[in-house]
Design a protein around this ligand. Structure first.
Ligand code: FES
Length: 563
């Protein structure tokens, strides 16, 4: 970015004659009807991630109208431009595989085009992390706007919403508890409006984390996608975007290690998505800050889950919005947070919290003295099966399985899982531990959200609802169960997970944070001699770039050359 020039005159296309470059640029933008007077004003870019493939961003055109109004009211020019848009259910092989591509697109288009600040409009799981990763690398003034959560639907009198209820109802269908007619009927109600998943999944978690980091307007993460408040937040975002352009308020003047520690505390307190840990590591990495998993685990022993939302609790995002949203949570955590960190408004977090006041009672945000879960939502595990850590969302796990030993039943990738999991011949009992490998960053590739290994059909029919399940993959933030994820290093990178055999004994103890494979080192060394990982070498294109440069989950699954 050219710091000395502003507005239309910065980042000129190079023809070897700067005067001609400016002249040509003005000629073309005047084709859109702008006057010289308008073109002298600061420019605020607006990233448009609308796509017919992305219902989570279905309200983006409306939000852009309000952002434009806010920018124009403050005397700057709004210039909208597209980047790629990534939706969870429309991304092959996975959305995580494409997150870094979207981050690169965001970074390079902000760098390439003339603007004094930029509004990042995202929402669906990978889009907010991708936008923050890319924009932070440019370090130009940016502000995040999220599309906001969808409303809930109603299925046969029961309140439902994506995607915790998608998974719960599908599990009931697999267990023959509901029939095909009912599952098809429910399909119409799970996503009743545009917007992001209406529970504390990854999208909601990342929105609240972006607000905690100070990269969004205060109280802007929870308003529903289709509410008038979402439009007012958009207008306000446009106004702040002009302010950060004038004051050159860059991410490097806002984000510090303390900001990220605050984000980790909020992640724990809201019972947020395990995916957020990966994204936060990647976002912090772009600022040269390394997230320390052991410190995170220490925090997790002191920060209780205080938000009663699915999948850890009962409510939906619209309930949290009505209860006071993130400001109410920040007020509850005030004594633990670093209050001297700055936000996009130019105020500190402490000043922002001081301005909040709640005069009404509610039941969604609890107090630390009466939490939903006594410890933080997540625990970091370590052991000879996960030398570089693994994660468990203990708040969404079964208490009875948090200390458990069992026999491993191993699946080699998603195809093997699909072929055998429902077979009547599968040798599996409810005390066993299901292991799914080769679904890590390089494995599938792109770390699919397949860590919620389905309960084998023959056990589901017997009423088994949960088992210990281990993988090097991820899990949707909307899912629940005793699921160990992000095993590092992954199997496709030669991690010990690749050496487990069906019948081996594995022990999990969340209290001591240990994950242990009871096999002698000499036996593991001999198994390693026959390990062949040559199928994980890509030949061309983005796939090759990805496979050669992607980092492991504990480092954010970013590319090594972008950190
Ligand atoms: Fe987009 Fe859940 S699928 S937020």
């Amino acid at each position: 970015m050219d710091d000395k020039k502003t507005g239309i005159k910065q980042n000129l296309t190079n023809y070897g004659d700067l005067g001609f470059s400016t002249f040509l640029r003005k000629s073309f933008i005047k084709g859109l009807g702008y006057s010289d007077e308008m073109l002298d004003k600061p420019i605020v870019g607006i990233i448009n991630t609308f796509s017919d493939y992305n219902s989570c961003h279905g309200n983006v055109p409306d939000l852009i109208q309000s952002v434009r109004a806010g920018i124009l009211a403050k005397g700057a020019i709004p210039l909208e431009f597209p980047t790629i848009s990534v939706h969870e259910a429309f991304s092959y092989p996975t959305s995580m595989y494409l997150r870094n591509l979207m981050a690169m697109d965001t970074e390079e288009m902000i760098r390439a085009q003339p603007m004094d600040s930029c509004v990042l409009i995202g929402g669906c799981d990978k889009t907010v992390p991708a936008q923050l990763m890319g924009a932070l690398s440019v370090d130009m003034p940016v502000i995040q706007l999220v599309t906001g959560p969808m409303l809930t639907g109603s299925h046969r009198g029961e309140r439902v919403g994506a995607c915790t209820d998608c998974r719960r109802l599908w599990a009931k269908f697999r267990a023959d508890e509901i029939d095909e007619a009912e599952i098809n009927e429910a399909n119409n109600q799970l996503v009743p409006t545009v917007g992001t998943c209406g529970v504390m999944g990854t999208a909601s978690t990342m929105a609240m984390i972006a607000e905690t980091l100070g990269m969004m307007p205060p109280d802007s993460s929870c308003a529903p996608a289709v509410s008038s408040e979402r439009r007012r937040i958009s207008e306000k975002t446009g106004q702040i975007a002009v302010d950060i352009a004038i004051h050159k308020r860059r991410p490097s003047s806002i984000l510090t290690a303390k900001s990220f520690e605050n984000a980790l505390m909020v992640l724990l307190a809201i019972g947020g998505s395990t995916n957020a840990l990966i994204h936060l590591a990647a976002i912090a990495g772009r600022m040269g800050i390394k997230l320390d998993m052991e410190s995170f685990d220490a925090l997790s022993r002191t920060i209780p889950v205080i938000v009663d939302l699915k999948p850890s609790g009962e409510g939906y995002m619209e309930d949290l919005y009505k209860a006071g949203g993130l400001p109410r949570i920040l007020l509850e955590l005030k004594d633990k947070l670093h209050l001297d960190v700055y936000t996009v408004t130019g105020k500190t977090l402490g000043q922002t919290i001081e301005e909040t006041e709640f005069s009404w009672q509610q039941t969604i945000v609890k107090s630390a003295a009466d939490p939903i879960y006594r410890e933080g939502g997540m625990a970091v595990l370590k052991g000879n099966l996960a030398p570089n850590t693994a994660i468990i969302k203990q708040s969404a796990a079964s208490d009875s399985l948090l200390t458990h030993s069992g026999r491993a039943v191993v699946f080699d990738g998603l195809e093997d899982l699909a072929n055998r999991i429902d077979s009547e011949e599968l040798d599996v009992y409810k005390e066993d531990i299901l292991v799914l490998r080769y679904i890590g960053p390089k494995g599938a590739p792109g770390m699919p959200e397949a860590g919620l290994i389905p309960i084998p059909k023959k056990l589901a029919r017997q009423g088994v609802k949960d088992m210990v399940r281990i993988s090097d993959g991820r899990m949707s933030g909307t899912a629940s169960g005793t699921i160990i994820l992000h095993v590092c290093p992954e199997a496709a990178d030669g991690g010990p997970l690749a050496l487990v055999q069906t019948g081996d004994k594995i022990s999990l103890d969340v209290n001591t944070r240990s994950l242990h494979l009871h096999v002698e080192d000499s036996e593991l060394a001999s198994r390693r001699e026959t390990l062949d990982l040559s199928r994980f070498i890509a030949k061309r294109g983005y796939h090759k770039l990805y496979m050669e440069h992607v980092l492991q989950a504990d480092e954010g699954v970013d590319f090594d050359f972008l950190v």
